[in-house]
Design a protein around this ligand. Structure first.
Ligand code: CU
Length: 663
């Protein structure tokens, strides 16, 4: 379901009572979403409106966050027009990188809402706590074992979605003792090809996946130790907007953590973790018809790392916090082509390569007085990028005879944020910052990566310099007992923006491709826009929320950037009484005419769709049964958003039901 923005606003309302005269402001993109664990809060109630929601559905409602769709699975988060290597997508603060050269596997797909404790998005260079970035960070915190007086607790559910004849079943359980606790969860989803509005079936949009996670927690004196494992296996995942599908995608995530509330007089909330994760991703076109030349494309990505974070005991008006982290990522993506009547050909589309990065982050919260607070933070990263000798390096030597084995780069960020109470109910927040990001391994070493969007083969550029971002944003918020208003305007100016240029002298590798492009730094690009939201509590039973987001993007010559979302407005009216709730939603997007035809874009019409959701709760003997039913795209409209690749229509009318038992 698509309601977490509402969830977020409700956090705001819940929190307002305790913080009316402090500077603890809450924004749609920054608020922590408690989703699967806490009982009885408003957020949880909203979340229950559709228990079959994916993590992407939740992300799509965060302010400043959009999704790029290439099918019914594996949607890619876009933060105010920035994506891929421009943003950090982390799990419990852990770095993890996809293994797909076509970006089918942003790491958000490995997190089931059942496993999710919270999502936090921090936009722009301000998100650099979790890594060097220009676009911001999204951190997904996983559910953990809970030490409680109730020895065994858990939930199990089953959901059905009519538009793709899809079902998902899930269960989780927590076993708690006095000094230790264990949590396990299981989630299985299966979907057939979906039906678009009007009835057309979208071929190659099916998927199937299994997700398992386990977590243990042990209290030893003042210390807490934790161990976690998460396994996610996807099979037969179709990507109708791409020329290939995924036969198998496997992710493994392991970590060991240590926490201490008070390490010593000066240091508090110490949190340390070491981790390892790996992704295996195997693409093929064996199920597609009329393929000029069959291909197999397996890829792997492994990452190992660790971090230590905490804060110093507040001294005077300052509270200083820190984080230091390290990771090492290694990738390899291969392609074997099978031309008819000829022997097969082998290439490394991501040559065997890697990157290690050590970073240090410091943040100071300076409470100047009761109504004014200044935040200052900075980060510096030192990264080494390496290309292994062998096949992949030999390939690239054709274009770059002097290619280096290793390359070191230093990137940094600094941010200033002033929060000011203007009047008793008004808060202004001004942010100005600078951030840098490293070129991705794909942008650096990629070799004939076919992009279906513009139809070009892409080649990496080992000499790219870091992309920069000078960003500023201003937010005004008004709080009262019944209404909250928030409005934000932002501007990002990105020197050395990483883009690409057509090289007509090069010939294509992919049959039917339009040409070859090589990545390069262009002088600059600019992204500007804003977000606004209104929340109203008409009465105890009625709540109304509307949230709008809009942005523009252009390069240094004034040409519109591609994949810039149109004006998007989501509105919800919710009615709740005792054990019943119902809500009526509208999702609207405007016409998008600011397009980049050279990038294969065309104008996208606006649309407006309606959803209905309802929930009923039965309680007996301290156990609960939740029944949910809803209809998405009520009028069965055939539509697509500008960010949907290949003008692929979105699902049509979708009736969904969920039943869940909580014990
Ligand atoms: Cu892929």
């Amino acid at each position: 379901m698509r309601l977490i923005c509402c969830l977020l606003i409700f956090v705001v309302v819940g929190a307002r009572a305790q913080s009316a005269d402090t500077l603890r402001t809450f924004y749609l993109s920054e608020v922590v979403v408690k989703s699967a664990i806490q009982e009885g809060d408003t957020l949880q109630n909203f979340f229950r409106a559709n228990k079959s929601a994916t993590t992407e559905d939740i992300l799509s409602r965060l302010q400043g966050v959009y999704l790029i769709r290439r099918g019914n699975y594996g949607q890619e988060p876009l933060l105010r027009g920035m994506t891929g290597g421009q943003i950090n997508l982390t799990i419990d603060g852990m770095k993890m990188f996809g293994a797909c050269t076509d970006k089918m596997d942003p790491v958000s797909i490995y997190i089931e809402p059942q496993n999710l404790k919270s999502i936090q998005a921090t936009l722009g260079s301000d998100g650099s706590k979790l890594g060097a970035t220009v676009g911001g960070s999204v951190d997904m915190q996983l559910a953990q074992a809970v030490l409680s007086s109730k020895p065994v607790s858990g939930r199990a559910g089953f959901g059905y979605q009519s538009a793709w004849n899809g079902f998902n079943s899930y269960a989780n359980a927590n076993y708690a003792q006095q000094k230790s606790a264990y949590y396990v969860s299981l989630n299985y989803r299966k979907a057939d090809d979906y039906r678009a509005g009007g009835g057309a079936v979208i071929l190659y949009s099916q998927y199937e996946k299994l997700n398992l996670s386990a977590n243990g927690k042990w209290a030893v004196g003042q210390d807490t130790l934790q161990a976690s494992a998460l396994l996610d296996d996807g099979y037969n995942i179709g990507f109708p907007a791409l020329p290939m599908d995924v036969g198998s995608a496997k992710a493994r995530i392991y970590s060991i953590g240590y926490q201490r509330f008070r390490l010593h007089e000066r240091i508090q909330n110490l949190n340390a973790k070491i981790y390892f994760n790996s992704v295996f991703h195997s693409m093929d076109d064996s199920h597609r018809e009329n393929v000029a030349m069959h291909m197999d494309m397996p890829g792997t990505s492994t990452t190992a790392g660790g971090f230590v974070e905490g804060n110093f005991h507040p001294s005077g008006k300052h509270t200083l916090s820190f984080r230091t982290d390290y990771f090492n990522n290694q990738v390899l993506a291969e392609m074997t082509m099978y031309p008819e009547g000829a022997s097969s050909m082998y290439m490394q589309t991501w040559p065997a390569s890697g990157r290690s990065d050590v970073g240090f982050y410091l943040n100071d919260v300076y409470k100047i007085n009761r109504g004014t607070q200044l935040l200052i933070n900075g980060r510096v990263d030192c990264a080494t990028t390496t290309l292994k000798e062998g096949f992949g390096m030999d390939q690239l030597e054709v274009f770059y005879p002097n290619i280096q084995y290793a390359n070191q780069q230093i990137v940094g960020a600094v941010n200033l944020k002033l929060k000011q109470l203007i009047k008793p109910n008004w808060i202004a927040e001004l942010h100005a910052g600078y951030g840098e990001r490293l070129p991705t391994l794909s942008e650096t070493f990629g070799f004939y990566l076919f992009n279906r969007y513009d139809g070009f083969d892409y080649i990496g550029q080992p000499d790219l310099v870091p992309e920069k971002n000078w960003s500023t944003d201003l937010t005004l918020s008004y709080f009262s007992d019944h209404v909250q208003l928030t409005a934000t305007g932002f501007c990002n100016y990105l020197p050395d923006y990483i883009f690409s240029r057509i090289h007509p002298e090069l010939s294509v590798m992919t049959p039917g491709a339009n040409g070859v492009k090589i990545y390069e730094n262009i002088p600059s690009a600019t992204l500007v826009g804003g977000e606004a939201s209104v929340l109203a509590n008409f009465s105890k039973n009625f709540q109304f929320i509307t949230a709008a987001k809009y942005m523009r993007g252009q390069d240094f010559e004034g040409t519109p950037l591609s994949l810039i979302p149109p004006l998007t407005i989501n509105t919800t009216l919710r009615y709740s009484v005792k054990n019943f709730n119902a809500q009526f939603e509208n999702e609207s997007a405007s016409l998008q005419q600011n397009i980049n035809p050279a990038f294969g874009e065309d104008e996208t019409a606006g649309y407006s769709i309606f959803n209905l959701r309802s929930g009923y709760k039965i309680i007996w003997n301290r156990k609960q049964l939740f029944l949910n039913a809803g209809i998405e795209n009520l009028l069965d409209k055939n539509y697509h958003n500008h960010l949907d690749w290949g003008n692929l229509p979105r699902p049509g009318r979708n009736v969904n039901v969920t039943i869940e038992f909580v014990f």
